[in-house]
Write a protein that binds this ligand. Sequence first.
Ligand SMILES: [Zn+2]
Length: 292
Amino acid sequence: MALRETYEMYKSRQDAIKNGPKAHFWVNQEKRYVKPFKIYGNLYYVGDDWVCSHLVDTGDGLLLFDGGNCGASAMLVQAIWEAGFNPADVRWLIASHGHMDHIGAANFFRRMFGTKLFLGAPDARMFRERPELSMIQESPNCMDALFAPDVEIQDGDVMRFGNTEIQFYLVPGHTEGCIACFFDVKEGEETKRAGYYGGFGFNTLQEEYLKEIGDTDFTMRRRYLESLKKVRDEKVDIFMGNHTANNDLMAKRAYMQEHPGENPFLDGEAWGTYLDRRRDELLSTFCVFPKE
Ligand SMILES: [Zn+2]
């Protein structure tokens, strides 16, 4: 193939991404870099100002929640270093769900450091059978790829990572394989319970989308509500979002910097309040039958 022709292929893909409706998610991601910080005890924030990644120092290796945005592996590596850790010590990476903005660095970590990849079983099936639903095709990096996880997470699983035991649930809604998980974080003698909910977006509940995936009765909206209900009353002292908007992460970070000694992430109400808010928003946005 002529050089000019291959260049034109490259250029048309670049232009399609840069001029596409979601360009702001992909272009100049470096501008979204956030200096990493400790949330509490052995829990750190290493994500950007839009999509979250959290790091847990388990005492026997590092555990990552989510692998960053597609095309942003270098930012995640830098954040882990800047937080005071070596990315090579990341032994496990747990994906909140199988969308491209949460798995950017997954393959890189596996190949570079031997990191084990965890994903909800239904989203592992989605990667095999409906890979287009991961939206990987929107990645700004044509070498980004899906993966077969080392561990497919099932509803009710309990797993140990170093000193950290995690309770997992499947919370289908945003995707079929979204996970919620709960675990203790420790600061000195004090223990707090962290809760992670793996996907709140309504973009996958829209009529057009559900029809395209074959959910013509819109059952996913009802399943989303059931998932919120299932984990609503878990005890959570630290609500971890998977996008920063979920828990006002950037505002809390700023508050923490201005008020040393105070920690707005410690909030026993935030989890329940936000899950209730999503329930109310869902019910006022969509028709869900039978009516709540
Ligand atoms: Zn998503």
